[in-house]
Design a protein around this ligand. Structure first.
Ligand code: ZN
Length: 274
């Protein structure tokens, strides 16, 4: 198996959460990282406009803005609020120069998953004209089923592909995150399907430690766990995806480390374990 393209490494700011946006930019650039994905918390203080100016002053590509979504609710008013919030997120993504807003679609435990999925699809459909106007694509990121109660009713790439294909719009597609999808039956076929329909918008990498000690913040770095990363990457490449490989690791353990030493570890893991 060939090593991944060194030019395609992107890091999510949440991965090095202890750094401000400016520190992350300085460090990523100093270590040759070519892409950055921005979490909302990283720009909260300065606001999207200023963050956009800061990002534009660096020679680094803004790959995505994270995250919109959370569409379902049994209350119509709350669903309207969610749409308004997503419009704001689309505006902010445009302001920071991100071509993609990643969607964590949401779920409402008081109603069925099917109902939540229908509300997600309706929500995305309503946002599409606004997304097009701002030239920001919407990426449906399926989440591992352990999050199906409150975080996402979209739990397989098949479900994400189904919605993207029904909406059939160049401004909506899917995000493949290995943490959420490594277990899925027919994953290869679904990745190829997404590529064939031009719906494969982003690729997120990390690893699944066994067992995770925390549902949210104990992800592994590539090589720490049991995800067949090289195999999944070969499918993503076979699907025609040429975008960045985004390292997204939520980890109390790694956040506690010296972040520059951690960055070097991330870069090494990207080259040798992904
Ligand atoms: Zn992700």
């Amino acid at each position: 198996m060939q090593s991944p393209d060194p030019q395609k490494l992107c890091i999510h700011t949440i991965t090095t959460k202890g750094w401000s946006l400016e520190e992350a930019l300085d460090q990523y650039l100093a270590h040759g990282v070519k892409g950055i994905s921005v979490w909302q918390n990283a720009i909260e203080e300065m606001g999207a406009k200023k963050a956009g100016e800061l990002l534009a002053s660096y020679d680094i590509e803004v790959v995505s803005y994270v995250r919109g979504g959370f569409f379902p609710s049994s209350s119509k008013e709350k669903r309207e609020e969610a749409l308004a919030h997503n419009r704001q997120m689309i505006e902010d993504a445009a302001a920071i120069g991100a071509p993609l807003l990643v969607l964590v679609c949401g779920a409402e435990p008081q109603q069925s998953l099917e109902e939540s999925r229908a509300q997600i699809e309706a929500g995305i459909e309503q946002l599409l004209p606004f997304a097009r106007e701002h030239k920001v694509k919407l990426g449906i990121e399926p989440l591992h089923p352990m999050y199906a109660d409150t975080r996402s009713a979209i739990n397989t790439l098949k479900q994400g592909n189904d919605i993207a294909e029904r909406l059939e719009d160049e401004y909506v597609g899917v995000v493949v995150d290995v943490y959420h999808l490594w277990w899925e039956e027919n994953l290869k076929a679904e990745i190829l399907r997404a590529g064939q329909k031009d719906n494969l918008l982003a690729y997120h990498i990390c690893d699944w430690k066994y067992p995770p000690e925390d549902m949210l913040n104990d992800r592994g770095l590539m090589g720490d766990g049991c995800i067949p990363l090289a195999k999944i990457r070969s499918w993503v490449e076979e699907a025609g995806f040429t975008g960045f490989h985004e390292v997204e690791v939520f980890s109390h353990r790694y956040w506690a480390m010296d972040q520059e030493a951690y960055l070097k570890k991330i870069i090494d893991a990207y080259h040798t374990k992904s």
